[in-house]
Design a protein around this ligand. Structure first.
Ligand SMILES: [Zn+2]
Length: 567
């Protein structure tokens, strides 16, 4: 008798090999048989007509705070994610000295737009060191597995205190930061992360370490080499180009570890990604593993009346008279012709030039709609619609935002949409040296909701795409399972093979459907976050236990902490 048998499914096993009809048996949390399973299961799932895939492994999330109070970790868990990696982009909550909690929260709030009040109320700070944080995570049951990276900002704050932003450090200070990084790796951190982008700011300015010098990064990186495991994760404006490339190369050569960084097609340098990928192929030929991380849709800001950004949010009338009103009242006032005329006659009043440019980038703002369209045709943009209808872009946007009782969202891709389609993105996704990531699950609560990316990989890329080539099912599944797990050295999962972990999705591909994102106020202290619901996951299984069935949580909490260790 097996613990669980998933029967008669179309198995897409994550290795990339062709789908086949078969059963999966799981015993003691581990896959015991694949193919035709004769023995019965104490529990059986009929997967006739359904896909059976490994659980998704999402390597780029920011649940570092939420994970300490929320065992469900939605929306990622709703979307078939069974393993997620946190601690990306240099921000997180361990190590932490007493009295520094607020500073780390402010960094997370500034960089990742997670409500500080929710973090204050939600986190209980039962740890000081990174190993203690790991033990706290390990002690809490949850629906899926989590893995953590040690964040550069926290290491800097711990060692440097008030001087966390300083660039000139003593050898002793660097040595101490490297020691703490090594301690975290030995406690099972799966990586170290840092931010080198001017987009990541808090009320203290750029985050600590943004302009850290190569010798500091290399010293911390060597702690990964000494530990014999771990990924160096980075977000950088340089996109893998010089001067970053020199120390990245040096890091790989000195440590033998993997380095991953966010790669995008940027509107400023639309072809730089090709050069970067060419350089990385050369380095790969020399045995150096640099793995650009790419999303499966543009990182999209969602403008709406409940979002943290929209085109009228800094207009004086909106800011002074409307912003504080409950949504329904605000919508009623905005429908008033006098208010409308007044707002449309005003200008944005933000001193932030970047925000101002983003909010009026009319050729790259689209209605998201329901079902959401993340690859909208250029002729549907605000600019194109305004030109066609002989109206001002502001009028078009104003009316769109009032649709769906003021809950309509507008899609404003930040990058990866320079040509108005996904052709460049597809090339990046399918490049043999890249990995799928950047869902940012748990973060950007007021503006971005991309935790659904693993679902989108199937709905859009495998099934629905009409504006260009799709991606074969077997390849898409491998991108989100075996490939992501392999980059992080989490080798006990990612494929449906005997001996691998019993993490499985049973999916009705025809019925798989993403809902439009919506704002809810369910974080601690009533904090808001965008969520996105989904239909079509028939069952999600973690370690052989069914965690979700027909989209409902079963209450099972088989998820644990993944500890990285030397391979
Ligand atoms: Zn991130």
């Amino acid at each position: 008798m097996h613990d669980l048998v998933i029967r008669n499914g179309t198995v897409v096993d994550g290795s990339g090999r062709p789908r086949f009809a078969g059963d999966i048996a799981i015993d003691h949390g581990v896959i015991a048989a694949v193919g035709a399973v004769a023995g019965r299961g104490r529990r059986e799932i009929d997967a006739g007509g359904l896909l059976v895939t490994p659980g998704w492994v999402d390597v780029h999330t920011h649940y570092d705070g939420q994970v300490t109070w929320d065992p469900v970790l939605a929306p990622s868990s709703w979307h078939g994610v069974t393993t997620l990696v946190m601690g990306n982009c240099g921000v997180g909550f361990a190590p932490v000295r007493r009295g520094q909690e607020d500073f780390l929260i402010e960094l997370m709030e500034g960089v990742e737009d997670i409500p500080g009040t929710a973090l204050h109320e939600g986190i209980d700070w039962r740890w000081e060191s990174f190993p203690e944080y790991m033990d706290a995570l390990a002690a809490m049951p949850r629906v899926l597995d989590v893995a953590a990276q040690v964040p550069h900002c926290a290491i800097r704050a711990y060692v440097l205190g008030d001087r966390a932003h300083d660039l000139d450090l003593s050898d002793d200070e660097i040595r101490e930061m490297a020691r703490l990084t090594g301690e975290a790796m030995r406690a099972g951190a799966v990586g170290f992360s840092t931010s080198r982008t001017i987009l990541h700011r808090s009320r203290h300015g750029l985050v600590p370490g943004t302009h850290s010098k190569p010798h500091e990064l290399l010293a911390l990186g060597r702690a990964l080499g000494d530990a014999g495991h771990g990924v160096f994760e980075m977000v950088s404006d340089l996109q893998g180009q010089e001067p970053d490339l020199s120390w990245m190369r040096e890091f790989c050569r000195a440590t033998g570890r993997v380095l991953t960084f966010a790669l995008a097609q940027s509107p400023m340098q639309p072809n730089a990604w090709r050069e970067t990928l060419a350089r990385i192929e050369e380095l790969d030929a020399a045995g150096l593993r640099i793995v650009p991380q790419v999303p499966c849709r543009p990182t999209g800001m969602l403008y709406g009346l409940q979002s943290s950004l929209h085109p009228f949010i800094t207009h004086p009338t909106y800011r002074d008279e409307l912003a504080a009103l409950p949504l329904d009242e605000r919508v009623a006032r905005l429908r008033d012709q006098e208010v409308r005329a007044r707002l449309l006659a005003e200008e944005p009043s933000t001193p932030n030039a970047i925000a101002q440019a983003l909010m009026s980038n009319w050729t790259h703002i689209y209605p998201l709609g329901d079902p959401p369209d993340y690859e909208p045709a250029p002729e549907t943009s605000v600019a194109a619609t305004a030109a066609r209808e002989g109206r001002r872009p502001e009028e078009v946007v104003f009316d769109w935002m009032l649709e769906r009782d003021g809950r309509q969202l507008l899609f404003a891709p930040l990058a990866n949409y320079v040509d108005g389609n996904f052709d460049a993105l597809r090339e990046m996704m399918l490049h043999p040296r890249t990995v799928i990531g950047l869902s940012d699950g748990g973060a950007h609560c007021g503006l971005i909701c991309d935790a659904s990316m693993p679902t989108y990989l199937l709905t859009h890329w495998v099934r629905d795409r009409t504006r260009g080539e799709r991606i074969p099912l077997e390849q898409a599944v491998r991108l989100q399972t075996a490939n992501t797990a392999a980059v992080y050295g989490i080798s006990d999962r990612g494929t449906l093979e005997v001996g691998k972990k019993g993490d499985v999705n049973v999916i009705d591909l025809d019925a798989l459907r993403l809902h439009a994102p919506e704002m809810v106020f369910d974080l601690p202290a009533g904090g808001r976050r965008l969520i996105q619901k989904v239909e079509g996951y028939r069952a999600t299984v973690v370690s052989g236990e069914v965690t979700f069935e027909h989209g409902e949580a079963t209450g099972a909490r088989p998820g644990g902490l993944v500890r990285g260790r030397a391979e």
